[in-house]
Design a binder for this molecule. Structure first.
Ligand code: G3H
Length: 257
């Protein structure tokens, strides 16, 4: 029955958190690699999690991009604005062709769904070294970067290395290097291998891994059996306060190892 099913998931969540060495895991039924409806469930769980997690008053929530983030953003509800003022700030600039997957779009959706506000960061995420430094001092960029630094909550996806190399349009020599180094995942512009060693880092503007360590709350959302390696390896160096929202597809693969 339902109560038993929930108890089953509950003990699986505890096992997974222990295995990954983080505070908390939340698991939804199903496998998003096979069933795209599962991702919406991740969004509902994100909404419940934020409702419990966010303190009353002003909250600055830094959100990243990606296809998972784009789907879960739509599941947030105005309940989050109860006794709170929410400001959603993109944690990165733009990458790849899809507008819907940008952190700017995710923030705008989250603000619209919850009755909060959002900011935009109108820069490409990956910049040549010559462009990078002057842009940091551009007033419109600087203002958003300061908001990012003042954030109390970060929400991000975890990507597969091969998918992210493609989306970031890395050159073929770098792609080859990532294959040789056996990169399995990417978060915050850091590509890493199975042991959680960072093998390549994209120079980019926005929230860095080191900044996330200082946030009160970090929520990672990634699911599906095909992301199991990327999720597991990331947790080797993820901020300890990270709460992982995932599905049975990923959890079963990790727990079977
Ligand atoms: O950095 C990781 C990516 O944002 C994950 O993107 O949800 O489209 O796989 P994805």
């Amino acid at each position: 029955d339902l109560a038993n099913q929930l108890l089953g998931l509950n003990s699986q969540e505890k096992q997974l958190a222990q295995r990954l060495g983080i505070d908390k895991c939340l698991i939804v039924r199903g496998d998003s690699s096979d069933d795209s409806n599962v991702m919406k469930q991740l969004g509902s769980v994100l909404n419940e999690t934020l409702a419990k997690m966010l303190p009353e008053g002003n909250n600055t929530i830094v959100a990243m991009g990606g296809s998972t983030m784009a789907i879960v953003a739509k599941e947030l509800t105005p309940v989050l604005s109860d006794k709170r003022t929410l400001m959603f700030v993109p944690g990165r600039g733009g990458i790849g062709a899809s507008v819907a997957k940008q952190a700017n779009s995710v923030c705008s959706t989250m603000a619209a769904r919850t009755g909060g506000q959002s900011k935009s960061l109108y820069i490409p995420e990956q910049l040549s070294k010559d462009t990078y430094h002057p842009l940091l001092n551009e007033p419109s960029v600087k203002a958003v970067l300061e908001l990012i630094a003042s954030g109390n909550v970060a929400i991000h996806g975890i990507g597969r290395a091969d998918d992210m190399a493609r989306r970031r349009e890395v050159d073929s020599a770098t792609k080859e290097m990532l294959r040789e180094q056996k990169a399995v995942g990417e978060v915050f512009g850091c590509f890493y291998d199975k042991e959680g060693q960072i093998v390549y880092r994209v120079s980019r503007i926005g929230l860095q891994l080191e900044d996330a360590q200082k946030f009160n709350h970090v929520v990672a959302i990634a699911s599906g059996h095909d992301k199991a390696d990327a999720i597991q390896a990331y947790m080797n160096f993820a901020p300890k306060q990270t709460v992982l929202i995932t599905d049975e597809g990923a959890a079963n693969v990790i727990l079977k190892k």
